[in-house]
Ligand binder design. Structure first.
Ligand code: ATP
Ligand code: MG
Length: 672
């Protein structure tokens, strides 16, 4: 009887997993043991399908969870897989990046295959590359060194030796910092110096792991015995080196499920090759090939824009058309907005974030996406000024932040002293309080605020875990932290996400701002001379806009700084998408000029007084005037004449930091 009860439960769990899928997704999920390939557009449920397929395999007993290895490309995406699997009640499945999986295996097998402990890892190639370049008598600067390092990485991920490099680089149309032969010489000398040091770089990590499996039958037997079912998400971005490792894991077996979207290939300039995805059915003729077209993520408005953008790309031969059909109810039209300059763009985005949050949108459901990390700074300060909490992606290194390390050490110390059951959250708060951290009192900005947010994230994590498991105690929490740190998986902080478009892949938010859409940034300047590189930039923008569930705003600003030359034309990708034709046309430029503030009477006088105060404040802080307050903010102050800090804080452009720095002065100026 008991046996029957268990079976029935197993069946309902498996049924529930299938019931959450549409027909095509279900077909893929039920093909638990054969090769499966899902080639489909953004938001069609690829990641959902593979996580449900794993859950179905586990709940029906076909898979032993520990024998499933799901791989993807970023720590964040691996975290997403783990989160979704946990939501499906599946534990024990390994979901990792290629690097993390290789690292774990190699660490274990190092004594056997390398004859010693795990070698030191070269985290950053630049030092070794610089030494190699100077041995080759090349004169380099930071940029050319970085280009050299990129070429070495490209060569290694595409499995090109220094000898192969010149011909391969030519065939691939690489743009080289030096003569191909010189790059090859630096590559060769870099490799030998690294070998002499007994160190491995990140590419070696994969290569040596593949080699261990290829050359050591005992290692192969052990690893292949451990892992029997393989899943790769975002397979369009696999590179030859990763594919070689995947093949080594498989060892000729075909229990592999890959999913991807060729329109989201955004790493081909670092060696990724979407042909592995497109050619999957040729390599595995008995593969179940599934096409998904229904977009469950985004409104038809967002989906329509995505289709139009990708429709502009030259059609690749042999590429199936992947048009998306929006399944959700209608939502707002995507907004296209031009701002005069970057700080104005950032301030407006921050103000909209503030308004959305005040109206009930959780901050964690909003993202601001940009092309290059350097763009984040202006958004960080605008959000801080508007009092909007934010998380900066690259959050991968959460556990390496000094304040987090210190907190983890303190928690570990406290755990050693035993713990009270059922009191995890207050205990964590107490321990953090001993570092001076005060809940509900984030400092106004900058580094102190970052530190505060990191520690708050630890408390949030404790709260989340206790919700899942009320019996979790401090030692259990500390163990969990160590596991997360090992997997480099940062807890989510409640805040607006600031991320590069690359880092946003695979993720989704209710509200997405795609910012800084000027030519030379999107597409990025280095790509402009190469049509294939420009195509990749278009796909990157496609990735960015398909992250939005409902609200999508695309924005740009012709000038970098207030008052600077309006030299940056709107991104060419917006032509034909944004309602107005060319913002680079002189008429449009004039129309978009910042309106001059005209205030009459008392408000006008106050405005002038405020401007005079502002120039003094700016001078004494050695910053441009707009950094103190923009004209728009001064105008709002002049019109409303706030009498208290509280009233002042309700105005646009006045966040906690500005209030602290200038609040009293402004009120004094208002009273005259
Ligand atoms: P991307 O290409 O951006 O990685 P994806 O194809 O992996 O997208 P998912 O992230 O799996 O898409 O799914 C997008 C959203 O649609 C998710 O919120 C997911 O839960 C939802 N979704 C997918 N399929 C279904 C379905 N059959 N029913 C309801 N919701 C679904
Ligand atoms: Mg996905």
């Amino acid at each position: 009887m008991a046996q029957l009860g268990t079976d029935a439960r197993v069946e309902t769990r498996a049924d529930a997993v299938l019931a959450a899928l549409d027909d095509e997704q279900r077909a893929a999920a039920q093909a638990v043991s054969g090769p499966v390939c899902i080639l489909a557009g953004a938001g069609t449920g690829k990641t959902r399908t593979i996580t449900h397929r794993i859950a179905y395999g586990v709940h029906t007993g076909v898979y032993v969870p520990e024998q499933v290895l799901a791989v993807t490309f970023t720590a964040r995406a691996a975290g997403e897989l783990r989160g979704r699997l946990a939501g499906l009640d599946v534990g024990g499945v390994q979901a990792r990046t290629f690097h993390a999986a290789a690292m774990r295996q190699l660490r274990y097998f190092a004594p056997r295959v390398l004859g010693g402990p795990m070698p030191e890892l070269v985290e950053n190639k630049l030092r070794l590359v610089a030494a190699a370049a100077s041995r080759s008598r090349l004169s380099t600067d930071r940029t050319s060194l970085r280009d050299l390092a990129s070429e070495i990485e490209w060569a290694k991920t595409t499995l090109a030796t220094p000898d192969d490099y010149p011909a391969r680089a030519k065939a691939a149309g690489r743009e080289l910092p030096f003569e191909a032969a010189a790059v090859a010489a630096v590559y060769a000398s870099y490799e030998s110096a690294k070998q002499r040091d007994g160190a491995l770089d990140f590419e070696d990590l994969l290569l040596v792991t593949a080699y261990a499996l290829e050359e050591h039958p005992d290692v192969a037997r052990q690893v292949r015995g451990q892992y029997r079912h393989f899943v790769v998400d975002e397979y369009q971005d696999v590179n030859p080196l990763q594919q070689r490792l995947l093949d080594a894991w498989l060892g000729g077996r075909a229990d592999l499920c890959v999913v991807g979207d060729p329109n989201q290939t955004i790493y081909s300039f670092t060696g990724a090759d979407p042909d592995y995805l497109l050619g999957f059915a040729d390599r595995y003729p008995d593969a179940a090939v599934v096409k998904l077209e229904r977009d469950y993520r985004s409104t038809p408005q967002v989906v329509g824009l995505a289709n139009r953008l990708i429709g502009q790309a030259p059609r690749r031969k042999g590429l199936p058309e992947l048009r998306l059909h929006g399944q959700r109810a209608d939502g707002p039209e995507p907004r296209f907005t031009e701002y005069p300059d970057e700080p104005a763009e950032a301030a407006a985005v921050a103000a909209r974030c503030r308004a959305l949050i005040d109206a009930g949108t959780p901050a964690s459901e909003i993202a601001v996406l940009f092309r290059i990390n350097a763009q984040s700074q202006v958004y960080e300060s605008a959000l801080a000024d508007a009092g909007v909490p934010y998380v900066l992606k690259g959050g991968e290194r959460f556990f390496e932040r000094p304040e987090v390390r210190e907190a983890v050490l303190l928690l570990r110390g406290a755990a050693a002293g035993g713990s009270e059951p059922g009191a995890l959250v207050p205990t964590v708060r107490d321990v953090l309080a001993s570092t001076g951290w005060v809940e509900h009192r984030p400092p106004p900005g900058g580094a102190a605020r970052d530190r505060w947010q990191s520690l708050a994230a630890l408390v949030d994590l404790a709260v989340d875990l206790v919700a899942e498991n009320p019996n979790l105690d401090l030692p259990g929490f500390v163990t969990h932290l160590a596991e997360r740190a090992g997997a480099q998986h940062a807890p989510t902080v409640q805040g607006v996400t600031l991320a590069s478009m690359h880092a946003a892949k695979g993720l989704e938010w209710d509200v997405v701002f795609v910012v800084g859409l000027v030519d030379g940034v999107v597409p990025i300047a280095q790509s402009l001379s190469r049509p294939l590189a420009v195509d990749e930039e278009r796909r990157l923008l496609y990735v960015a806009i398909t992250r939005a569930r409902e609200h999508l705003q695309l924005s740009w600003s012709p000038a970098r700084n207030p008052g600077a030359k309006r030299a940056r034309p709107r991104s060419r990708f917006l032509t034909g998408l944004a309602p107005d034709s060319g913002p680079t046309a002189p008429a449009a430029r004039r129309a978009a000029k910042r309106p001059k503030v005209v205030l009459e009477g008392e408000a006008g006088e106050l405005f002038e007084r405020l401007r005079a105060w502002r120039s003094q404040a700016a001078q004494s802080a050695s910053v441009p005037a707009y950094v103190v307050f923009t004209d728009a903010t001064l105008q709002a102050i002049a019109e409303t004449r706030p009498a208290t800090l509280r009233e002042l804080s309700g105005l646009p452009g006045i966040g906690a930091r500005k209030l602290e720095l200038y609040g009293d002065d402004v009120l004094a100026t208002v009273t005259g």
